[in-house]
Design a protein around this ligand. Structure first.
Ligand SMILES: *Cc1c(COP(=O)(O)O)cnc(C)c1O
Length: 392
């Protein structure tokens, strides 16, 4: 191993920090000096900047992407007996919040080229729930004996940074009278038909977990909506269901606030974010050019852009490729090795292998390459070279 070269990072947060360290330090010091650690001025400033960035009228910052999803479902009154439609090819949190509220995740398989929720499968899944007929589409089997589920909401996920097909999904939702919650935890900064992610349906949730495209130095997230009344409810839920006065509680809520220090960090990172997105796209475009026809690449449809939270490829030779990369000190990761319907935590739903074949196949073949805005031309060529050689 060449010890003179710095080790290649899967996500290089240190390179980003090095670039803006004095600004970050100043922002953090400002918070230490004013001492408003909870809901300080940086939180208000950040929410305004995120609103300007996405075009969503209201931004309610919060403690994590998971809590953002949770608060939205709470505000919609989702609970026992409700079916919430989402994809099994996502991070645990997406379906976890549904089950946490006592509602039932009803999974909808993904499209094989975008890896996002397949709208025609969504239509079938809604039909199946309405008729209680799992011959129409696979349903949670334990609900057969129970009273029928009511369709409650749809949570499409913008997987790896690519927005789902909102034209079709929003139209299906409208016909069915269902609200849509965009899980934009990975797609903050992406675009879809000229609009920004987090502003593509009724309401959206994002995450500022450090490894996300826009990350803070701890946990953080936000809810986005242009509905005034709904925004007020989310703000109330964020602080224990607060009413108009401090110790007036009008509903059940959570402690869901974003720390002021995290907002301060995000404000500095937001300043370089547009340039970082451009660099992410350059990295992805070069990968794609070098790997074309060698492995399957997530397809970005016309009218969409991705922030490439992950650059993921699908290959029958996954293990061979990952081993070859590992030997060259190139880190890789598998998102996600097990689709959600096959997770032990959801065993009680009674789904079985074969229910969502596209997600299952992807879980067996997908892996992600190093992706961050500071990858060099040489590093990308090196990675693609190792893959190309391993495939011969
Ligand atoms: C990261 C992530 C979440 C959860 O965000 P946290 O901030 O980690 O709670 C939810 N959904 C998806 C798709 C994610 O990638």
């Amino acid at each position: 191993m060449d010890t003179t070269k710095p080790e290649m990072q899967f996500i290089d947060l240190a390179a980003q920090q090095k670039r803006i360290l004095p600004q970050l330090q100043k922002r953090i010091t400002d918070v230490l000096l004013h001492g408003n650690y909870i809901m300080g001025p940086e939180v208000i400033e950040l929410e305004q900047k995120l609103s300007d960035f996405t075009g969503a009228k209201h931004v309610i910052s919060c403690s994590s992407g998971t809590d953002a999803l949770l608060m939205v479902l709470m505000a919609r009154g989702i609970g026992k007996g409700d079916a919430v439609f989402t994809t099994p090819f996502s991070f645990m949190a997406t379906a976890e919040v549904i089950a946490f509220l006592g509602a039932t995740p009803v999974f909808v398989d993904i499209d094989p080229i975008t890896f996002n929720m397949n709208p025609s499968s969504l239509t079938k899944a809604i039909e199946a729930v309405l008729s209680g007929d799992s011959n129409v589409y696979p349903l949670p089997s334990n609900d057969k004996k129970r009273s029928r589920l009511n369709p409650g909401a749809i949570i499409p996920v913008d997987i790896f940074g690519l927005p789902a097909d909102y034209v079709k999904i929003n139209s299906i939702a409208e016909k069915a009278g269902l609200p849509v919650l965009e899980d934009a935890a990975q797609s903050f900064g992406s675009e879809y038909n000229g609009k920004k992610a987090c502003n593509l349906s009724d309401v959206a949730a994002t995450s500022f977990f450090p490894a996300k495209p826009l990350g803070c130095y701890g946990d953080g997230g936000a809810v986005f909506t242009s509905d005034d009344g709904f925004a007020e409810v989310i703000k109330s839920i964020r602080v224990h269901g607060r009413g108009t006065e401090k110790y007036d509680n009008i509903r059940i809520g959570i402690n869901g606030r974003l720390d002021t220090i995290q907002a301060a960090i995000l404000l500095e990172k937001l300043k370089i974010f547009t340039e970082e997105i451009r660099n992410r796209k350059k990295v992805a475009d070069l990968y794609s050019a070098l790997l074309l026809n060698k492995v399957d690449i997530q397809t970005v449809p016309k009218g969409s852009t991705s922030v490439w939270a992950q650059y993921s490829i699908r290959s029958d030779a996954r293990d061979v490729l990952r081993n070859a990369l590992k030997k060259n000190n190139i880190p890789t990761a598998v998102y996600y090795p097990k689709p959600l319907h096959l997770q032990t935590a959801f065993a009680s739903l009674g789904y079985k292998p074969g229910d969502f074949p596209v997600s299952e196949e992807l879980s067996n073949k997908i892996f992600s390459l190093p992706m961050h805005p500071y990858l060099t031309y040489e590093q990308i060529h090196h990675i693609a070279g190792v893959i190309t050689k391993a495939l011969i």
